[in-house]
Design a protein around this ligand. Structure first.
Ligand code: CAA
Length: 388
């Protein structure tokens, strides 16, 4: 039985900041960001956008032609930007998406890896109950300290996927290679809004996990690099995917850059969206390959700091284009319709919550999206659904 991604959706924030502006503020050569990191812009969440509101937009897109929402019995919200230490962000969306009360809802965390853990978990659950459908929402807002090397890699976005039997987009193959190790390359203590990172160590660790997970995948699957047609990598900034691909081709003693290029159409304009980042690359590859990739095998490398790496693969299904073509149009539209902000507004959004920790607040109405965070009352998040 084939099990995998049946439908997919994407959402990013309504505001965007040019990295050339950031470089100007810090007196850094803009080429460092544009060519060194291969990043041009970052999506910036306004105070009334959060992982729930971004996740709502992505989920609505994934559900757009789902005529049996009742059959979704599992909602996994994958994030490292949780809005509550106890309640899953998915609980808010269970209501707004009008999901079945018989649906399991929970949140998963292991840095950027949680979305891929959610995918594998869903596939296993569907294998034992093929009627079950799962909704995975990967949603994150990447935030680093002002002036730190991580700052130009900030960004945000959400990808939602319906996982089912007989998927229309990509079958997930039954083998994968995993490599885990207790490390401190990137982490965010509960008291901190921003992540801490040992940047150079994180890049090295990512690459060594890639090698180890790939070795493990090869042994589990019996496949070789020649059997993989395209590779999507977890991409915190676009140069990281190039470094990863160089490493994988070096390990396999081949040269073939065309296996990664089509995965990088969106990330330079969005920035890091942690759990969603790998799936943004998958969307990019499916929508921008220039050729029909039906039947092709896609290698997927998930990496979550702290640290877990997993290499798995999927087979693109015939007819995937029918789903992806309209979506690619709306992704372009989402990117071009964002409002460009200058450095002062960028800082204002960045610092907004510092003044309101624990206090009641009504958030200014910045977001043009359907669901917005209206404010916080008695420590409860209050969302507003337009045209509800
Ligand atoms: N013109 C062109 N290129 C330039 C340049 C210039 N004037 N100046 C520097 N560069 C190049 C450098 O040569 C370098 O390129 P290579 O890596 O190809 O050699 C690149 O720009 C970056 O320069 P530095 O290495 O000096 O940059 P940095 O130390 O200031 O920061 C970073 C880089 C450590 C990755 C930092 O952005 C960071 O900490 N990012 C957050 C952590 C991260 O994303 N880690 C990735 C792996 S962990 C992970 O993937 C999980 C996750 O999502 C966080």
């Amino acid at each position: 039985m084939k099990i995998g991604i049946d439908s997919i959706g994407f959402q990013t924030a309504g505001y965007v900041f040019q990295l050339s502006e950031l470089a100007k503020q810090y007196g850094i050569d803009p080429a460092k960001y544009e060519h060194g990191l291969m990043q041009k812009q970052m999506s910036v969440a306004s105070p009334d956008e959060d992982v729930v509101t971004l996740g709502y937009g992505a989920a609505k897109q994934a559900l757009y032609d789902c005529d049996d929402v009742e059959s979704i019995k599992l909602l996994i919200f994958a994030t490292e930007t949780g809005v509550d230490q106890s309640k899953s962000a998915g609980m808010h969306l269970h209501r707004f998406l009008k999901l079945n009360p018989n649906c399991r809802v929970f949140e998963l965390k292991q840095a950027c890896y949680a979305s891929s853990a959610a995918l594998q978990l869903s596939v296993s659950m569907i294998r034992s109950d093929p009627k079950l459908k799962a909704l995975i929402i990967a949603s994150d807002i990447a935030k680093y300290g002002s002036g730190t090397p991580g700052e130009p890699t900030q960004g945000c976005g959400s990808v939602a996927m319906i996982v089912s039997a007989n998927p229309k987009i990509m079958e997930i193959e039954p083998y994968s290679g995993v490599w885990s190790a207790d490390e401190n390359d990137f982490w965010r203590p509960c008291y901190s809004e921003v992540a801490f990172v040992d940047g150079k160590h994180s890049v090295q660790l990512y690459l060594s996990h890639l090698g180890n997970a790939w070795g493990n995948y090869k042994r589990q699957s019996g496949l070789s690099f020649a059997d993989i047609d395209q590779v999507c990598y977890h991409t915190p900034f676009s140069k990281m995917a190039i470094k990863a691909h160089n490493e994988l081709t070096r390990l396999n003693e081949v040269e073939c850059n065309e296996k990664v290029n089509s995965t990088l159409h969106y990330t330079p304009y969005i920035g890091n969206c942690y759990t969603a980042a790998l799936y943004v690359c998958l969307l990019s590859m499916l929508g921008n390959s220039g050729v029909d990739v039906s039947g092709k095998r896609v290698g997927m490398f998930a990496y979550g700091s702290g640290s877990v790496g997993e290499f798995f693969s999927g087979i693109v299904q015939n007819g995937y284009k029918q789903r992806i073509e309209p979506l690619s149009g709306s992704i372009q539209e989402a990117l071009t319709s964002r409002k460009i902000i200058g450095f002062d507004k960028f800082r204002e959004f960045y610092n907004f919550w510092n003044d309101y920790r624990g206090a009641d607040v009504l958030t200014p109405a910045y977001s043009k999206n359907k669901l917005r965070l209206k404010g916080i009352t008695e420590h409860k998040r209050v969302y507003e659904l337009k045209d509800a």
